[in-house]
Design a protein around this ligand. Structure first.
Ligand SMILES: Cc1cc2nc3c(=O)[nH]c(=O)nc-3n(C[C@H](O)[C@H](O)[C@H](O)COP(=O)(O)OP(=O)(O)OC[C@H]3O[C@@H](n4cnc5c(N)ncnc54)[C@H](O)[C@@H]3O)c2cc1C
Length: 487
């Protein structure tokens, strides 16, 4: 059955990290620039720093809503891995800055007369006119700390996510109220108007994320067509658009948010990579049982209503060019990787393509026939690696290590090879570093993890962290500049 796809979404170019940093800093400095246009009662430099920090941080809180991984235009520019890493780091510096915000106002007093300074600080915490600020700070502290220790909380993921949303709305709402009722610069236009615009934008963002999306998923239902067991606790779900639902326009390697049954509210959705190619109608997902939801997918009956929201992400062949392609899959990471391999086969891509596919035990290996068949179409070699041995398994036993990678990459120019990798965090970290040692340039080692939780960091993660810290330093420099200009 042929069916037209949705009209192609406007394909925006990937923005460099530098361009995104400039955009981020511009958003944060906008209230400072507007505040500098107006005269307020004279403030000492520390009070100015406190006020400047408050303005910048309120803007940073608003930006956190669009770096939450739910906005296609943002994840599509930077990738879910990087955007979530930034979201988490920015949350910490916003918390730190908000703790300092009242302290800066009383710092000279604290240094001169610690007892009086403490009394002033306590007054800020208890006086009714500052209550919304205290609520915003308390909610932010709970939000950031509960996210950092999420894996150890006795809460289902959905409950944590609901609390994250409620707390985020509380932080932004109380923060805006505090600025509008207690802020000296925010009392005056144009900063006052800016905060109303920001409040309206946030209502719009939340409305799109949780209202419009919910409605859209109801109006455009998908159906489960079939469920196939591919390997141990691993299933391939074929989903087709409903009667009037447009087919999905996507690129191989992207991901969708999926809901099952009539529970379409975005709190119940789960991200899964598309294991398919755009030229086929519908989409297929390869899902490994990992917890409450994924353990049920093997029992879903054909015809089950499905909600598909997407596509998201930038993990695609066209976004990451190279003269040779190395695909690396670990466990369930085979989902997007097989999607990329299927796409390379469909395009009859002339470039050398290598695949390293690592699992815990051979019974976890999926799509082996398809991997074998790719050899007939592509300049293609595959290395199967299993930590455990098993009778009849002819692949490598152990981990995907440096010698094995070197063997797989033999004859390819590392500088011109792009590596596309998806798998568990520790494997991605280890293999990413090995590929750099092998001579691949950092920008050509591209990966997507299936888990946002903090874990060990690759050299690339550490470099990214340093870049994010440089953005944080630029924010502080901006506040210092504000003080110098107005003092
Ligand atoms: C971009 C991306 C693409 C993914 N693609 C695939 C794929 O192709 N195949 C596959 O098998 N798995 C994939 N995953 C992982 C998959 O989303 C989780 O395994 C699944 O959501 C777990 O849900 P659960 O209720 O079964 O397990 P739970 O026990 O509830 O969760 C296990 C862990 O999965 C994560 N998780 C759970 N629910 C969500 C959620 N709604 N949103 C984000 N993270 C969540 C949390 O870190 C949690 O600790 C992908 C994840 C991401 C971020």
């Amino acid at each position: 059955m042929a069916r037209s796809k949705e009209p192609p979404i406007l394909k925006l170019p990937l923005l460099s990290g530098r361009a995104l940093a400039v955009l981020y800093l511009s958003a944060l400095f906008l209230p400072l620039a507007l505040a500098a246009l107006r005269q307020v009662a004279p403030l000492d430099p520390w009070e100015l720093a406190g006020a400047g920090a408050g303005l910048v941080l309120l803007s940073a809180i608003a930006v956190q809503f669009v770096t939450s991984g739910r906005f296609g235009p943002v994840t599509g520019r930077l990738g879910i891995d990087k955007i979530m890493a930034f979201h988490k780091i920015a949350a910490w510096w916003v918390l730190l800055g908000l703790v300092l915000h009242p302290v800066l106002y009383v710092l000279p007093t604290l240094l001169d007369d610690p007892e009086l300074g403490m009394r002033r600080l306590i007054a800020y915490c208890v006086l009714p006119q500052y209550r919304s600020g205290v609520i915003a700070l308390a909610a932010l502290a709970i939000l950031v700390i509960s996210s950092a220790v999420r894996e150890r909380l006795p809460l289902p993921y959905e409950a944590w996510r609901a609390s994250h949303l409620v707390l985020a709305i509380l932080v932004a709402g109380a923060g805006l109220h505090h600025a509008l009722t207690a802020g000296r610069f925010s009392a005056l236009d144009p900063v006052n108007s800016l905060w109303w615009v920001v409040a309206g934008a946030l209502v719009g963002v939340i409305g799109i994320l949780y209202g419009w999306r919910w409605l859209w998923l109801h109006l455009n239902p998908w159906r489960l067509h079939s469920v196939t067991r591919l390997a141990d606790r691993t299933w391939e779900l074929d989903m087709q658009p409903g009667h009037k639902t447009p087919d999905l326009t996507y690129e191989a390697g992207q991901f969708v948010w999926m809901t099952v049954g009539s529970r379409r509210f975005p709190l119940f959705d789960h991200p899964f990579s598309i294991a398919d190619i755009p030229s086929r109608q519908g989409i297929s997902l390869i899902i490994k049982e990992a917890g409450d939801f994924t353990s049920t997918v093997g029992t879903l009956a054909p015809g089950t209503p499905i909600g598909i929201d997407g596509p998201y992400g930038e993990f695609t062949l066209d976004n990451h060019p190279g003269k040779a392609v190395l695909l690396v899959a670990g466990g369930a990471g085979i989902g997007p990787i097989i999607g990329l391999l299927r796409e390379l086969v469909a395009r009859k891509d002339p470039r050398p393509v290598r695949l390293a596919y690592a699992v815990g035990k051979p019974s976890n290996l999926a799509c082996l026939d398809e991997i074998e068949a790719a050899k007939a179409v592509l300049d293609f070699e595959a290395m199967l690696v299993s930590e455990a041995a098993a009778e009849g398994f002819a692949g490598e036993v152990g981990r995907l290590d440096q010698p094995r990678l070197a063997r797989l990459l033999l004859g390819l120019d590392p500088k011109e090879t792009v590596a596309m990798m998806c798998g568990p965090g520790p494997m991605v970290v280890a293999v990413s570093d090995m590929l750099l040692d092998h001579g691949l340039p950092m920008e050509r080692v591209v990966y997507e993890r299936f888990d946002y939780a903090a874990g060990s960091a690759s050299r690339q993660d550490r470099k990214r962290f340093a870049q994010f810290m440089a953005v944080g330093a630029a924010v502080m420099a901006g506040i210092a500049g504000f003080v110098v200009v107005l003092a």
